[in-house]
Design a protein around this ligand. Structure first.
Ligand code: SAM
Length: 490
């Protein structure tokens, strides 16, 4: 049967719910109990909208709202003048209680329906402490207007268009002021914005990071080739803000729009500091740090609670970034071993360990899937493994190696419930783990992102038989390796 709609067709639709990712879900009744789902951008639950079909597939279609005909009861006034044109927020006009209920449901659907993991209590989502001004990092793009360069964020649904931003509700007054001052600077200096289309122009991106609990700010300017600006003037402009401690410059010679580039420190200190739960963390331009400081503290608190450390445990902090989770657990553990692929983040983790005078942690750079066996040879069997992977989850060999190691507890901090679901299912089906706790956390109000902290506990009687070698992999092992040993000398 052909799909019941065509591209560009306009329809009146009633939105039932929000699908994972943030599109409204509407259903066309085809009779005889059959339905056809339309995913509607900018449609909120309870709305009746006019929508234009943008894509048609065999089983569903996609559409964009052209007019809200009758607003649902969950709609609220979005405070931001740039909403909904700006791509930074997805549902600022959805009541916050409905946002968190939706995120809770997405996590439930992923774990229960997708992975079939039903035998555990899904704990209630931790709502964000602040619904606005919560981000500690913003990445803006320069774009050219008729009267000069300006700064903004990508337009909703467009990677090729930047919308000028005067006040972003996700950053702070300081963040907004720095961005607006840099706009003036670009105009005063008559510097043109780089164009992705023509690959001409000069100014590309501006990254502003803030230590929200220390009041320190780091600014990274990204340009095309060549030094076409006056350094002294740029420093003068940015140091109008006493919070700015660190100014970096990066050159992007390629076409892709990236900011994780080598940087040249042009003024101040090479890193800024953030404070979380009484620990200080140095943050360099390319090092990973959770972008909501307030909620990072709650996320780490949950990870510690789920780990249930008693003081004698060997803990792995995999995908450790600048060491925040591991260092926050170190006081309750025997040893902490962190692994992270970004050398800049590892350098920060090592500095952070020293900064906080923590003697029982070690960090090293490596790909989790590649280095786990070697780590176990060095550290012995872990009691608790904390994993906090990127959106792709335990990719490559990481899950297999983790399963083989068979720590009694895995605390899984996830930023993507669908990959969490797949990984948790595989850890359960193949490696003897049971999901015993899971609690979603809203780190990013008004966006479709949701974090979840889970606890997977291994059946102590489970014996993993490695298929290819039919060898039993279990028990404790130790051995020499190149990793620095965080344990006190015997
Ligand atoms: C979601 S962040 C978590 C960082 C840290 N746990 C925190 O809370 O700040 C994921 C981290 O994994 C790192 N990463 C990505 N792929 C990796 C891999 N294959 N092996 C090791 N680290 C990886 C990234 O550089 C990033 O720092």
């Amino acid at each position: 049967m052909p799909p019941p709609v065509q591209r560009d067709q306009e329809l009146e639709l009633t939105i039932e719910s929000l699908a994972f990712g943030g599109n409204g879900v509407a259903r066309l009744d085809l009779g005889e109990g059959r339905g056809f789902v339309v995913f509607v951008r900018a449609g909120l639950p309870g709305d009746t909208v006019r929508a234009r079909i943008t894509k048609v597939q065999r089983r569903h279609a996609e559409a964009i709202t052209t007019e809200v005909l009758a607003a649902g009861s969950l709609r609220v006034e979005a405070p931001c003048e740039h909403y909904p044109a700006c791509g930074g927020c997805r549902f600022q006009d959805l009541d916050y209680a409905a946002q968190v209920a939706t995120k809770q449901q997405w996590v439930a659907d992923s774990l229960q329906r997708l992975a079939g993991l039903v035998d555990f209590p899904l704990e209630p989502i931790v709502p964000a402490a602040s619904q606005f001004h919560y981000r500690n990092k913003m990445e803006y793009s320069f774009t050219q207007e008729e009267d000069g360069a300006t700064l903004g964020l990508h337009r909703a649904g467009r990677w090729d268009e930047v919308l000028e931003i005067r006040k972003c509700w996700l950053t702070t007054d300081l963040g907004n002021a720095i961005r607006n001052r840099m706009r003036e600077w670009a105009r005063e200096e008559k510097l043109p914005a780089y164009s992705q289309e023509t690959q001409e122009g000069y100014l590309r991106h501006l990254v502003v990071r803030e230590g929200r609990n220390t009041g320190q700010a780091l600014v990274q300017l990204v340009t095309a080739r060549g030094e076409r600006f006056d350094r002294e003037r740029l420093i003068e402009v940015l140091t109008e803000f006493p919070e700015v401690r660190s100014i970096h410059w990066s050159v992007n010679r390629g076409v892709s729009e990236v900011t994780n580039l080598p940087t040249e420190l042009i003024w101040g200190e090479d890193a800024i500091e953030e404070e979380i739960d009484g620990l200080r963390f140095r943050v360099r331009p390319n090092a990973f740090m959770q972008t909501n400081t307030e909620m990072a503290s709650q996320l780490y608190g949950l990870a510690r609670e789920f780990a249930g450390l008693q003081g004698g445990e060997t803990v792995y902090d995999l995908y450790c970034g600048i060491g925040t989770i591991g260092l926050s657990m170190a006081a309750e553990a025997l040893t902490v071993w962190g692994v992270e692929i970004s050398e800049e983040s590892v350098a920060c983790a090592i500095e952070n360990q020293e900064l906080n005078s923590i003697g029982n942690a070690a960090f090293f750079a490596g790909n989790v899937g590649e280095v786990l066996r070697e780590l176990r040879e060095r550290s012995g069997q872990p009691d608790v493994v904390v994993v906090d992977p990127p959106r792709a989850g335990l990719a490559g060999k990481a899950l297999k190696r983790l399963g083989e190691i068979g720590a009694p507890k895995i605390v899984y901090v996830s930023c993507n419930p669908t990959t969490l679901a797949g990984d948790a299912k595989r850890l359960a089906d193949v490696y003897g783990y049971k999901l015993t706790r899971a609690r979603p956390v809203d780190m990013f109000p008004h966006t479709p992102h949701v974090e979840c902290v889970s606890l997977l506990e291994r059946d102590p009687n489970f014996v993993y038989v490695e298929p290819e070698r039919s060898a039993v992999v279990r028990g404790r092992s130790s051995g020499a390796g190149p990793v620095a040993d965080p344990r006190p000398a015997a």
